[in-house]
Design a protein around this ligand. Structure first.
Ligand code: IMP
Ligand code: MG
Length: 183
């Protein structure tokens, strides 16, 4: 049976709940300043961005609208292929809007790169990206990422929205899994 103490499966904590909330607060302060006097529509990428969207939006000191997209990349389970399919589109017309795409992690950046070009074709006033974590491979991205919480090494992490086989999203911290979990 599964242990109810999901945290026990973490072999190393990279970021605690307090560290995450402090970092999200810093990102929110920058967003508050950058979007002063402008309308703001945050677009969360389901499902991983749910936690960062919830905390980032509540750390803002301003009005904000939120909408969601779900996309899936074709290809093997562990690596993005860059071929993306929209599973759930926005309910909002973004033409003329200032759009901030919120994601929890950018690995290769293929998914987000595709998403940004798709959203840009809808003629928004601006599109920017906020991500809590970014891995080294994302350096090859052609799209600039305006808000990055932390740069992390190229290892698989879970928690705070990040999953392994749909589990561990509900962890408050972010960390790496014990090898026994994979076997
Ligand atoms: P990419 O940037 O197109 O390579 O894909 C990014 C997506 O892959 C993220 O939104 C996550 O869903 C998933 N992903 C990438 N790295 C990790 C990780 O370390 N843990 C959990 N999911 C990850
Ligand atoms: Mg994601």
């Amino acid at each position: 049976m599964d242990s109810p103490q999901v945290e026990n499966d973490l072999v190393r904590v990279l970021f605690t709940e307090d560290q995450i909330l402090a970092k999200v607060g810093e990102m929110a302060a920058r967003i508050d300043a950058d979007y002063a006097g402008k309308d703001l529509l945050m677009v969360g990428v389901l499902r991983g961005a749910v936690m960062v969207m919830a905390d980032l939006s509540r750390a803002l000191d301003r009005h904000v609208e939120m909408d969601w997209m779900a996309v899936s990349s074709y290809g093997s389970g562990t690596k993005s292929s860059g071929v993306v399919r929209i599973l759930k589109d926005l309910d909002t017309d973004i033409s003329g809007r200032h759009v901030l795409v919120v994601d929890e992690i950018i690995d290769t950046g293929l998914t987000l790169g595709w998403l940004i070009s798709n959203l840009s074709s809808r003629k928004p006033a601006s599109v920017e990206i906020a991500t809590l974590l970014r891995k080294p491979d994302a350096a090859q991205m052609t799209v600039p990422v305006k808000y990055v919480g932390w740069e992390i090494p190229n290892e698989f992490v879970v928690g705070y929205g990040l999953d392994y086989k749909e589990r561990y999203r509900n962890l408050r911290a972010i960390g790496t899994l014990a090898p026994r979990v994979y076997s």
